[in-house]
Design a protein around this ligand. Structure first.
Ligand code: C2E
Ligand code: CA
Ligand code: CA
Ligand code: CA
Length: 279
């Protein structure tokens, strides 16, 4: 038993060391990645299902890693958050997304509201709202066409700090959406303590409707609660016509998902915009 213990301990230490080592590598490659413009943005349309027209577009980051290939955000956002690199990365994402959207608008494209994901770590920055507003001003972007998606993870940190930033942004004209709604903590209590414009129903609830009766019940409850609180709703991860019809029938009109379009690099997105014919 003693040997096993010692063995287990040694194994644990070895693992820790290699994790720490990987972190150092990741940190320097992420810093370089930012300098070398290895991060790219994809754009996924959000559709008004009543008309089939585009309502907005969500910005989703990817990393074109020179050795590891194309990395999805789940592979590097958590590390970026831990290392504090989400701050410069987040600012790059915001600035790039807004300046591209401004350019599309000037080229005569209509793409509605641009939604950017904000990490809970970014929202723990004391000057977060000021920095976002500075970028909006610098680019000359109308805040009415900008939405910030925040997750419930936000409320594990300093709640009042984040709430204050969100209030300042909302006062400035920015819309606030709660992402992955229903998957996090204390969903209901903060609905009245926070400036919120929209709830995004998490894909995990949408994917099994209308077959799973619990998911049907949850989805219905979120839609009707949003209506009574005068919040807007977006359904995430809509992949089938059956899901679309169900959501429309329940009064949810905005949706996003592979049924309509996948997240796309800029050129493909613009091609989609030009060739998209509403229902
Ligand atoms: P999210 O904000 O919930 O984004 C939606 C995710 O669902 C995206 O994954 C999108 O590609 C995927 N998706 C969209 N429609 C469908 C569908 O019909 N079916 C399925 N199976 N998936 C669908 P992605 O791009 O891998 O992003 C994962 C998460 O990474 C995001 O979840 C968000 O939390 C985070 N993330 C992405 N971009 C950023 C960013 O710029 N900043 C921050 N802080 N987080 C980001
Ligand atoms: Ca999101
Ligand atoms: Ca989501
Ligand atoms: Ca998510």
């Amino acid at each position: 038993a003693k040997d096993a213990g010692r063995c287990g301990y040694a194994f644990y230490r070895e693992e820790l060391t290699s994790v720490a080592f990987e972190r150092v590598l990741l940190e320097s490659s992420m810093r370089h990645g930012l300098d070398r413009q290895e991060f790219v943005l994809n754009y996924q349309p959000q559709i008004d299902m009543r008309t089939g027209k585009i309502h907005g577009v969500e910005v989703l980051v990817r990393w074109e890693h020179p050795d590891m290939g194309l990395l999805g955000p789940m592979k590097f956002i958590p590390a970026a958050e831990e290392l504090g690199l989400i701050i410069p990365l987040g600012e790059w994402i915001l600035r790039t997304a807004l300046s591209r959207a401004k350019a599309w608008c000037e080229q005569g494209h209509h793409c509605g509201v641009i939604s950017v994901n904000a990490s809970a770590v970014e929202l723990q920055q004391r000057n977060y709202a000021d920095r976002v507003i500075a970028v909006l001003d610098e680019i000359g972007f109308d805040p009415k066409f900008f939405e910030l998606e925040v997750t419930e993870g936000l409320f594990l940190g300093e709640f009042e700090l984040a709430a204050k930033s969100l209030r300042r942004l909302q006062d400035y004209g920015v819309a606030i959406a709660i992402d992955d709604f229903g998957t996090g903590y204390s969903s209901l209590s903060y609905l009245k303590r926070l400036p919120i414009d929209r709830l995004k129903i998490d894909r995990s609830f949408v994917q099994d409707i209308p077959g799973d009766e619990n998911d049907v019940a949850i989805t219905r409850a979120v839609i009707s609660m949003a209506a009574s609180l005068q919040l807007k709703v977006t359904a995430e991860g809509v992949e089938t016509e059956v899901q679309r019809d169900f959501l429309l029938g329940e009064g949810c009109d905005i949706a996003q998902g592979y049924l309509f379009a996948r997240p796309m690099p800029e050129q493909e997105f613009l091609f989609w915009l030009e060739n998209h014919t509403p229902l």
